[in-house]
Design a protein around this ligand. Structure first.
Ligand SMILES: Cc1cc2nc3c(=O)[nH]c(=O)nc-3n(C[C@H](O)[C@H](O)[C@H](O)COP(=O)(O)O)c2cc1C
Length: 441
């Protein structure tokens, strides 16, 4: 009897600023402190991810310096387009998804950059289209943050215009035929005359189609308009649920929205954000997280206060280094407004001290596994097989050793279990994602 092949998860890797999801890991002995400006290291990490058959690299971005970098690493790369270009020239298969704002860009410029890079990388580029609501960004562009409706109104038009520009060369317009002397068939290269409420652009672009036609769209942000945008355009969504139930509901909502737009549910892949610290034992992994927490005592105090509030306790009365006494545990309650709090309470109840509970990553912005490679693989398998997502957007605590641990230890377990591919399905990002070829609007 032939076994039916198992459904396999897709994995994108967050490159953050060259470090990882924890902004103080740059001080660990394993870290390269100046990784932010070291593109050679960035490229090396990308090559390692490609060896592990990771579907794509993902670069979040906001066009501003958005966090306090006195003691923390930046939240984003110096510039996603430059990072993607550097990686594109030194890799062959891995997809390259960059985040670019629809509010603080012009469609012609962005369409041109991404299409050229898509051609240069032989069809491996994706665009995470965000509307940018981060305060402080607007001043860089001499304007206010537009209203929610305006941001999304512009986003729909922006993507339509970019896709229109991407399709402004006919599929066979690029002739470069020495014998006939025809370089391009200009009858196939046409302006798009896009005229919307927010966007006007004419085209054509000076660029022929890539191997995947044009980059697939990604989206992030769960507000109603964000979901509408995703349903219409996105092949991938970067999501941040904290429970399997929440993730399933979100995935179904995205699939229904895609179907409303005449697309198949399978055309939209939801990637659950997930963070990890891997070591040979759970105790070693926790020790690394305690070391990271100890880099900043002031922040640690704030985190302890946050954790205490999350389970309804007064932090000043707690000993951060000791398990909570029974009577305190009886008083503690998880906060229905915070989906992370049941897990925090559960860990406290297992007898971990408040600091060790924090070391489990209970107040991080994605679910976290702190443990062995097998613990990580178990988590990914459980969520994936429950139908919570199509894959994961993974964030190591520190990229410098975290990507290696994932590729060398977690990937083989997932492959052995038949839930992660042994090799890339093709050569383009669309083929990796299993989404249809698209050219033009
Ligand atoms: C998992 C996740 C990742 C996101 N990544 C980015 C990003 O890289 N850049 C950005 O400007 N916004 C990012 N956002 C913000 C969203 O695009 C969105 O602006 C935000 O959720 C606010 O919602 P609204 O814009 O729909 O009001 C992200 C949101 C989520 C949930």
């Amino acid at each position: 009897m032939i076994n039916k092949p198992k459904k396999q998860m897709k994995i994108v890797l967050q490159m953050v600023a060259g470090y990882g999801g924890e902004f103080k890991t740059w001080r660990l002995p394993e870290a390269k402190a100046d990784a932010y400006t070291d593109m050679d290291l960035y490229v090396e990490l990308a090559q390692l991810a490609e060896k592990g058959k990771i579907h794509a690299l993902f670069m979040a971005d906001t066009p501003a310096l958005v966090n306090d970098i006195e003691g923390n690493t930046p939240m984003h790369s110096m510039d996603p387009l430059i990072a993607m270009t550097s990686v594109a020239r030194a890799t062959e298969k891995i997809g390259l998804v960059g985040t670019f704002s629809t509010t603080f860009n012009e469609p012609y410029n962005l369409a041109r950059h991404l299409k050229a890079l898509d051609v240069v990388s032989h069809g491996r580029v994706g665009w995470n289209a965000v509307t940018t609501s981060t305060q402080g960004t607007e001043a860089n562009f001499g304007q206010a943050i537009p209203t929610y409706q305006e941001r999304y109104g512009r986003a729909h038009e922006f993507i339509e215009a970019v896709q229109g520009l991407w399709g402004s060369w006919g599929q066979t317009a690029y002739r470069h035929d020495k014998s006939t002397g025809q370089f391009a068939d200009t009858t196939q290269i046409k302006p798009i005359h896009y005229q919307g409420e927010y966007i006007k652009t004419m085209g054509p672009l000076p660029i022929p189609p890539s191997e995947q036609g044009q980059p697939p769209i990604f989206q992030a942000g769960p507000s109603p308009e964000g979901i509408r945008l995703a349903g219409r355009f996105a092949s991938g969504v970067y999501a941040n649920p904290f429970t399997i139930e929440e993730a399933k509901a979100y995935r179904h909502m995205l699939q229904a929205e895609a179907e409303k737009n005449g697309r198949a549910a399978t055309e939209i892949n939801s990637f659950t954000g997930f963070m990890f610290t891997i070591a040979d034992s759970k105790e070693e992994a926790l020790a690394r997280r305690r070391q990271i927490l100890a880099f900043d005592q002031e922040e640690l105090t704030q985190r302890l206060a946050y954790l205490s509030a999350m389970v309804g306790l007064n932090h000043q009365a707690l000993d951060p280094y000791q398990p909570l006494p029974k009577n305190w545990l009886n008083l503690a309650q998880s906060n229905p407004g915070d989906p992370r709090s049941p897990k925090a309470l559960e860990i406290l109840k297992q007898g971990y001290s408040p600091i060790d509970t924090l070391a489990h990553g209970v107040i991080n912005y994605h679910p976290v596994v702190v443990g062995t490679a097998k613990d990580v693989a178990d988590f990914l398998q459980e969520w994936f097989e429950a139908g919570a997502c199509d894959g994961f957007s993974i964030v190591p605590d520190l990229a410098h050793d975290g990507i290696k641990s994932f590729v060398e230890k977690v990937v083989p377990i997932l492959q052995e279990r038949g839930i992660f591919h042994e090799d890339y399905e093709g050569s383009t990002l669309r083929e990796h994602l299993g989404v249809p070829y698209q050219y033009g609007k």
